[in-house]
Design a protein around this ligand. Structure first.
Ligand code: PLP
Length: 431
């Protein structure tokens, strides 16, 4: 990425070329209407190169990785490990700091269960640093996706640790006005989302990492909504662990990654055990391989990992600075819905430190009804609590509708969305 990448959004011709690469964007819905896909925060569409990479893997290279002594197995292993390198370099990590997982949820659970195993005495002396005791504290935020909340609630229940959290202000940003009273000497883990999947707000990672470091707590970054939309350099951010999913970054479903700082992964006990992660097995005990293989028991999702690597390369070639610049423009277009009477955005209404994820409520109309009217016009948005019930409770709503962008979203998509949204209240007689 060059300095100009950070400022130059996509030209109309470049966007058209990008869109042409995504077959699904060309389809029609609901009686021939062109699809307006504004649900990329739930899952993104996939470019041809990703689809082709999976097919090519199965057609030409399909074999068990890390085991076979034949040519196809060697090629499969190379494709699998090359994909790991592509993903690692995409997020500023070393190859052996990337563990394949089925997704971000699995990655966060992996860390939480590994800490639990360390607390139960597994992992020997190396893992003692991870032990939790009753009264230790785990800090999260009120804005978390359930994937980065429930695993920590469970870990607290298993270890006697206590869960604490930062609230959010009326603008949907984390309230860090008194960081030092939440992150204290008792804090052992600080787990937080880089970007909220509801408000689109970017968290001040630097502040939270600095506060955690000061008290020797481990940081776990849920990077699910940042990696697909912003340049992310995990080494530069200084987090200890991070989780993200391929399917939100133009890659396949069923695969994601856990990033862990090398020295931490080396000391962490495994969670899922079995084949492919062991060195010596006797009838009574087993020694484990170093990371990342220690955390990759059983047959892996090889074709999907290969697809994730290609997705990372595709984004890298476009330049994440340019992706972010393009999506910033789309976010500004989305935020113009605040000009429609009766629309309330849940989250920052300015485009500073936020991405193109905009959740909203329509006065007098249930979110499900909003999405139905939009769907009738071919516009796909998400509706519900978006796996963030506490955040919705904070704003006094059970559900919101959410429009979310990706690199392939155009201004025309947003204009169609705004026009349809402007008619929703009248449709239900709610004006
Ligand atoms: N964290 C955030 C912020 C998300 O948006 C999501 C998915 O919606 C997840 C975690 C869970 O990701 P996955 O379902 O791919 O494991």
């Amino acid at each position: 990425m060059t300095a100009t990448d950070t400022v130059r959004p996509l030209t109309a011709a470049e966007l058209a070329a990008v869109r042409a690469d995504f077959p699904l964007l060309g389809r029609t819905v609901r009686g021939g209407r062109p699809l307006v896909y504004l649900d990329s925060a739930a899952t993104s569409q996939k470019p041809n190169v990703v689809l082709e990479a999976e097919v090519d893997f199965y057609e030409q290279r399909n074999a068990a990785v890390h085991r076979g002594a034949h040519q196809v197995a060697e090629e499969a292993t190379a494709a699998f490990e090359d994909a790991r390198s592509a993903v690692a370099s995409f997020v500023g990590a070393a190859d052996d700091e990337i563990v394949w997982t089925p997704g971000a949820t699995a990655a966060i659970n992996l860390v939480a269960y590994a800490l639990g195993n360390a607390t139960a005495g597994r992992g020997g002396a190396d893992a003692e640093r991870f032990r939790l005791a009753p009264g230790d504290e785990i800090v999260v935020t009120e804005a978390e996706h359930h994937a980065n909340l429930v695993p920590w609630q469970e870990l607290c229940a298993r270890t006697g640790a206590v869960l604490r959290w930062f609230g959010v202000d009326d603008d949907g940003r984390l309230d860090l006005s008194d960081v030092g009273s939440v992150i204290t000497e008792r804090t052992r883990v600080v787990a937080f989302g880089h970007v909220s999947n509801v408000t689109g707000a970017v968290a001040p990672v630097e502040t939270l990492v600095a506060a955690a470091r000061e008290v020797g707590a481990y940081t776990v970054l849920d990077a699910c909504q940042s990696v697909p939309h912003l340049p992310v350099d995990l080494h530069a951010l200084g987090v200890d662990f991070a989780a993200f999913s391929a399917h939100k970054m133009l890659g396949p479903t069923g695969v994601g990654a856990l990033y862990g700082r090398r020295e931490l992964l080396e000391a962490l006990p495994p969670v899922t055990t079995g084949g492919s992660m062991v060195e010596v097995v006797t009838m009574t005990e087993t020694t484990y391989m170093p990371p990342p293989q220690r955390f990759e028991a059983g047959t892996q999702m090889v074709a999907q990992a290969v697809g994730m690597g290609v997705a990372a390369q595709w984004l890298d070639e476009l330049g994440m600075g340019r992706v972010a610049a393009h999506e910033r423009e789309i976010a500004a277009e989305l935020l113009k819905i605040t000009e429609i009477p009766g629309i309330r955005v849940i989250g920052p209404s300015d485009d500073r430190d936020r991405i193109g994820v905009v959740s909203f409520v329509v006065d007098g109309v249930h979110a499900h009804d909003v999405s139905q009217v939009l769907d009738d016009r071919g516009i796909a948005v998400r509706v519900g609590h978006h796996c963030a019930q506490p955040l919705h409770r904070r704003f006094g709503v059970a559900a919101t509708a959410r429009a979310s962008a990706s690199v392939y979203t155009g201004v025309e998509d947003v204009v169609a969305f705004r026009e349809a949204l402007a008619g929703v209240r009248a449709f239900f007689g709610a004006e």
